[in-house]
Ligand binder design. Structure first.
Ligand SMILES: *Cc1c(COP(=O)(O)O)cnc(C)c1O
Length: 360
């Protein structure tokens, strides 16, 4: 864990030196027994993180590649997009770029779309799939995926596809129990690895649908991944050095235990929220997101302006924070408190931030 972290960007996140060092290992051939053993170990760890008995595919690509895999192999024509911020909007745009019709359900910024509204939209919609973001990194909003899944399951033939890029490793995902059909994450968020890998798991229902789709392409064809991951292999040459880092990190995550990891993220959220509550008024800061829906991965904080100056001042002191995103670029900033960060490390950063912020 990192008790003196300096890199609080909500992705990529700080990577421990031990994990970076794992990538210095000499390359091995990707079809040999060592690599198959590594893939098997990594898969076991990732299945626990996703809460699934299904295979978790490891794709060389950023999170977006996994999201595109879900759309190209799982969404047929008409898609309902639940949007809580900029990343939800990007997921919708991937579907549109792949030629799907998208209907958007947008929340009030900092809030979630009420489940009743989702239930109503599903009744009239004729949707073959629903897109949702578990942790909306742009505004620090956590969605009730279990609740959404229960609604989607009432509609036979409708799949639920979930962007879990900044939630996997920070909060509980129960893909099988909730009845989710596609889950995607990436290496550089709460799993605290360097960028470059996406992780994707799909349900049996999803695979059945993919078999009927003819434009799956090659690189993101989920059926090829189903075949190769079952053999603990990758369809194409994997990013072997990143897999060494993954192997090391998954062992450490297992040692920490997921329960402890989730509790650590909850504590970081609680400490960051409390800091805004206590110091906000004096520093011209306030919460962007309602307390009930805050993500344990990232806190989005509203400012009175001059956000860019504060970020630059922090950078000069060696601390990197996240700027605002989408419509909130100028008047918010974000503290990424995910991955291997700790409450002491984050608190030390907040003390510095307090000195940097102009007093009111
Ligand atoms: C970071 C992020 C993405 C984009 O991932 P890339 O790895 O940059 O492709 C998508 N969704 C969410 C919720 C994210 O946090």
């Amino acid at each position: 864990m990192i008790d003196a972290g300096r890199f609080f960007v909500p992705g990529p996140t700080e990577v421990r030196p031990e994990v970076l060092d794992a990538m210095r290992r000499p390359l091995i051939f990707h079809r040999n027994a060592d690599m198959e053993a590594l893939m098997q170990r990594a898969n076991a760890g990732l299945r626990t993180v996703f809460g699934t008995m299904r295979a978790v595919h490891v794709i060389t690509g950023s999170g977006t590649s996994g999201l595109e895999m879900l759309i190209r192999n799982g969404a047929t024509k008409r898609v309902l997009s639940i949007i809580h911020g900029d990343f939800g909007e990007r997921f919708a745009k991937i579907a549109e770029a792949c030629g799907r019709d998208v209907v958007r359900l947008r929340s009030v910024p900092g809030d979630v779309v009420p489940l009743d509204q989702i239930r109503d939209a599903l009744k009239i919609g004729g949707f073959d799939s629903v897109l949702a973001t578990h942790s909306e990194t742009a505004l620090g909003v956590r969605a009730d995926i279990a609740g959404i899944a229960a609604l989607v399951r009432e509609h036979e033939g409708c799949l639920l596809l979930v962007d879990a890029v900044s939630s996997a490793g920070a909060m509980r995902i129960a893909m099988d129990d909730w009845g989710v059909d596609g889950v995607v994450s990436a290496s550089q968020k709460a799993l605290a690895l360097p960028p470059g890998l996406a992780f994707a798991a799909v349900s049996a229902r999803f695979v059945a649908r993919a078999k009927g789709l003819t434009d799956r392409g090659t690189y993101l064809d989920v059926l090829r991944y189903e075949e190769f991951t079952a053999k603990h292999q990758s369809p194409t040459t994997p990013a072997i050095s990143l897999l060494f880092a993954l192997d090391r990190q998954m062992a450490d995550v297992e040692r920490e235990t997921l329960a402890t990891r989730f509790a650590r993220h909850d504590s970081m959220l609680a400490a960051c929220s409390a800091w805004v509550d206590e110091k906000g008024a004096a520093l011209g800061l306030s919460h962007m997101t309602k307390a009930a829906h805050r993500s344990p991965s990232v806190t989005c904080i509203r400012t009175a302006g001059k956000t860019a100056d504060v970020l630059v001042a922090m950078r000069e002191l060696g601390f990197e924070l996240g700027g605002g995103q989408g419509d909130f670029t100028g008047n918010t900033f974000r503290v990424g408190h995910m991955g291997d960060h700790t409450v002491p490390g984050m608190t030390a950063m907040l003390h510095v931030l307090e000195r940097v912020l102009p007093k009111r």
